[in-house]
Design a protein around this ligand. Structure first.
Ligand code: HEM
Ligand code: SF4
Length: 566
């Protein structure tokens, strides 16, 4: 592979000239500036760091001459979302020292720090490394955090095996060029030691992948990781209580560029069955196929879903078999059919308990009304639980002795943190991407707007007699789809300042894409528009029919007709 290839995007040249992800990071870190050069920022993504600016302050000349207040987002990559108590306490402290005093749980079981100044970046990354965690590959054109259900449910050890496999995959696909250790710890590898690409990065080569690559593990009766939204998925096949292997799914990805009609959201599709021991060879085959055939000229069409769409399933499977070195076993006809939020108290296999805590859009903070961050620190200091992150923005407080359950609850209450049981099912299933003020791509509000919209939706549900109805609402501040709006029951997607596209008809399980119901709806009318649909849902739904199933059955035209006939 070579960046000299005709027509490749500029990012390809930056990667191939970066000496395996070193670029000018170390040099620029030593300079007394508040931001990195544009090309260095591209390399930095592979170290889990996004250069951003505070959008609330953009344009203010009293901040800087260019009117930008530069800040970094730092993403800690946590395979399967499992943390020790000490790691949680460490992260919580770092947010005070070097972040914006909050921790953001993401739908990839990462923890994000926001608002990190360039001068504090090295201290933060070293701190993260010192507690046994990494940001390497948190962002960038590599395998991102590998996700897997974190709940310590009494399931005969099935989820632990999925977790082991997720960690194996995660380790195997970490960048190997040594840039991370060199830049942040000063452990310098000489150019001689670096050697040719086949030795330094035998999987990725000099150009890494065409774009990001996401891998998820799930079980048919618990798709809390939303396996259908990932580039590569492993759906556990359990027979007689044993994990016999995986259904392999390929080609999920929700990002779209509305102006480019050749882009679209897609759900992952089953391509094969593998036994557990074939996991790494299969993952390597898929990733190498993507490395060689993904689009490196147009980053909007660089995901593996477009390789699959352009080739069709038959050719894709034939090519994959070539990379795999043997025939593919057809996938078993299994579909994920349930999602568990894991909220509230549940018994673990070892008789202890875990508590699924509702965290609004994953933001752990101390606010005027609820001091969740401090409450969690106290729970960690007094009970030493392990902490796990879900892929639905929530957090599990694990390994709690039965006798300490009331202490957990009282610490939360004393800090004004509502218990999950006091939160409506609508909120349990809902969440928003970060968007303003940190995300550079945000067109409009998301995380800061969702709570108000949910308040209004709760009122609409009460009005039509559906209080307590679980409906999954995902919101984003632009069409990129980070909050997974396109397969949710309700997707609210920012399209212009304070205007949103409303998608309907997806599902809680995430196995169906929604359709565009109405575009450019002003923010203050989103709940009203949805209220009209809820009204016909209350009237016309069949027994036990979910909101997503109902909308999918009627379609956009059917819903409009039903609303008109009142
Ligand atoms: C062109 C497509 C995309 C671009 C350029 C992009 C870029 C970004 C950026 C800049 C952030 C950081 C926001 C912040 O924390 O300040 C972010 C967050 C995130 N993105 Fe994306 N993204 C894209 C598509 C997607 C898609 C399709 C998914 C998943 C289906 C996704 C998953 C996430 C997640 C999980 C976060 C963390 C925040 C959260 O949980 O809401 N991204 N993305
Ligand atoms: S969906 Fe858009 S606004 Fe939201 S985090 Fe992703 S890129 Fe930013």
């Amino acid at each position: 592979m070579s960046a000299q290839n005709q027509g490749w995007s500029k990012v390809e040249a930056v990667k191939s000239e970066s000496r395996f992800l070193r670029g000018r990071i170390a040099e620029e870190l030593g300079q007394d500036t508040s931001s990195f050069d544009e090309n260095t920022a591209l390399v930095l993504k592979h170290h889990g760091i996004y250069q951003q600016d505070n959008r609330d302050l953009r344009g203010r000349k009293d901040i800087s001459e260019e009117g930008r207040a530069w800040i970094m987002m730092v993403r800690v990559k946590i395979p399967g979302g499992r943390l020790t108590c000490q790691q949680w306490l460490g992260l919580s402290r770092f947010a005070e020292l070097w972040g914006n005093h909050t921790l953001r749980i993401t739908t990839r079981q990462d923890i994000q720090f926001h608002g990190v100044l360039k001068k504090n970046l090295a201290a933060l990354i070293r701190g993260i490394q010192d507690i046994g965690l990494t940001t390497l590959g948190g962002c960038g054109d590599v395998v991102r955090n590998v996700i897997s259900c974190p709940a310590p449910i009494d399931d005969g050890g099935i989820r632990d095996q999925l977790y082991e496999d997720a960690c194996r995959i995660s380790r195997h696909f970490l960048p190997r060029g040594g840039a991370y250790e060199e830049v942040w710890r000063g452990e310098v590898k000489s150019q001689v030691e670096l050697g040719p690409a086949e030795q330094v990065e035998p999987i990725y080569g000099t150009n890494y992948l065409p774009r990001k690559f996401k891998i998820a593990f799930a079980l048919p009766d618990d798709n809390c990781t939303d396996i259908y939204a990932d580039d590569l998925g492993f759906l556990g096949i359990v027979e007689n209580g044993n994990l016999v292997g995986y259904q392999v799914l390929v080609g999920g990805g929700l990002g779209v560029t509305p102006a480019d009609k050749s882009t679209f959201p897609a759900l992952a599709q089953p391509v094969a069955f593998i036994r557990r021991e074939e996991l790494i060879p299969m993952a390597e085959a898929v990733i190498k196929l993507y490395r060689d055939h993904g689009n490196r000229s147009d980053r909007k069409r660089a995901r593996i879903k477009y390789v699959l769409a352009d080739w069709g399933m038959e050719k894709f499977r034939a090519e994959l078999a070539r990379y795999y070195g043997q025939e593919l076993v057809p996938p078993p006809p299994v579909v994920a059919h349930r999602v568990d939020t894991h909220l509230g108290w549940h018994r673990q296999a070892d008789e202890r308990w875990f508590y699924g805590l509702y965290v609004e859009s994953g933001r752990v903070a101390d606010t005027a009304t609820a001091r969740m961050k401090t409450a969690l620190e106290q729970i960690c200091e007094r009970l030493q639980p392990s902490i796990r992150l879900t892929a639905t923005w929530r957090l599990l407080i694990c390994d709690v002795e039965a006798k300490n359950r009331s202490l957990v609850e009282s610490i939360l209450r004393d800090h004004g943190v509502p218990l999950s049981e006091e939160i409506s099912p609508l909120r349990h299933f809902s969440g928003a991407c970060v968007a303003l003020p940190t995300c550079g791509l945000a067109i409009t509000e998301s995380e800061r707007a969702l709570p108000g919209i949910l308040d209004q939706l709760e009122a609409e549900l009460a009005r039509v007699g559906l209080t307590g109805m679980p409906i999954c609402v995902h919101m984003t501040g632009c069409p990129n789809g980070c909050g997974r709006p396109y397969n949710a029951e309700v997707g609210i997607v920012g399209r212009a300042k304070d205007r949103y596209a409303i998608y309907l008809g997806g599902s809680v399980v995430g196995h169906r894409l929604g359709f565009l119901y109405q575009n450019l709806v002003p923010r203050d009318q989103v709940a009203t528009v949805l209220g009209q649909v809820l009204e016909v849902y209350a009237r016309l739904r069949s027994d036990g029919e979910s909101f997503g199933d109902f909308c999918a059955r009627l379609g956009a035209e059917g819903l409009r007709a039903a609303i008109q006939t009142g």
